[in-house]
Design a protein around this ligand. Structure first.
Ligand code: NAP
Length: 261
């Protein structure tokens, strides 16, 4: 029986790669985000891999929308076995200009979103005694960085949430893990590079190179590298409550072979 996966922020970047990697693992997969055109496109790409798919429009900060989205997935594909809490935002500002709106927006999207989604799917996972909750945190969930207090605080909170829930579900067929990438080649990083370039007067390319050098591996991470780790967690019953760091130290891995749907 094919597993059913739901990926938030599934319209582009890391989320898109997770949708495709889970489809290659023969999961029925739902791509969820606010931009309809993007989730439609990714669901179509995943369908081409021969699995059942769904595009879902949802703002993860809105409890009613999350409830409706999970019901839509249930009706179209079945109960969610694999939840990838990937939707996230990362805006920078010095702390003195980190106003209440910016602060709370990060907590709402990056922490309350995963809380709402997990609340909606965990009871079913517990009843079926199988589930995977995979939170896309960040190296910013483990270390500090300047000018991103709201983002760093939100990702530390997501790591704390992961560790606590993992202990609660331990031994019940469910694992809860966090993946902690450094800078990944996605729109989110291009936006940071544009901000740095505007603030410091360097070029966009120089700003990208500077961000790549911050990664311990000295290069940007490919979004597919994050998706490979997500897909591997499906078969892994032993890893629970862990923070899996992806820092670009190794060579870019080949995507895994597709499984027959
Ligand atoms: P991205 O390209 O900007 O994609 C973010 C995704 O999240 C989009 O699909 C976006 O879609 C969705 N999203 C944002 N707010 C949402 C909301 N309120 N409700 C539903 N969906 C929402 O970013 P990315 O780099 O792929 O990042 C994905 C995750 O990886 C984030 O949690 C990020 O913090 C984490 N991460 C990224 C990096 C990096 O360097 N890129 C490094 C470490 C961790 P809509 O705007 O259409 O809703």
């Amino acid at each position: 029986m094919a597993r059913v996966a739901l990926v938030t922020g599934g319209g582009r970047g890391i989320g898109r790669e997770c949708v495709l990697a889970l489809a290659r693992k023969a999961c029925a997969v739902a791509a969820a985000a606010r931009t309809r055109s993007e989730v439609d496109r990714v669901a179509k790409e995943a369908s081409a891999l021969g699995v059942r798919t769904l595009a879902v429009e949802v703002d993860v900060t809105d409890a009613a929308q999350v409830e409706r989205a999970v019901r839509e997935v249930m009706d179209a594909l079945g109960p969610v076995d694999v939840l990838v809490n990937n939707a996230g935002i990362a805006d920078s500002a010095p702390f003195t200009r980190t106003d209440r709106e910016l602060w709370e927006r990060h907590l709402r999207v990056n922490v309350t979103g995963p809380y709402l989604l997990t609340q909606a799917v965990l009871p079913g996972m517990l009843a079926r005694r199988w589930g995977r909750v995979i939170n896309i945190a960040s190296l910013a969930g483990l270390y500090g960085a300047a000018y991103v207090t709201a983002y760093v605080a939100s990702k530390h909170a997501l790591v704390g949430f992961t560790r606590a829930l993992a202990l609660e579900v331990s031994g019940k067929g469910i694992t809860v893990n966090a993946i902690c990438p450094g800078y990944v080649a996605t729109d989110l990083t291009w936006k940071s590079a544009r901000n740095i370039a505007a603030r410091t007067g360097t070029s966009f390319d120089e700003a990208v190179a500077a961000l790549a050098r911050i990664n311990p591996g000295g290069r940007l991470i490919d979004p597919g590298e994050v998706a490979i780790v997500v897909a591997r967690l499906l078969e892994d019953e032993a890893t629970n409550g862990q923070t899996l760091v992806i820092d670009g130290s190794g060579p870019i891995p080949e995507p895994e072979e597709a499984t027959e749907p």
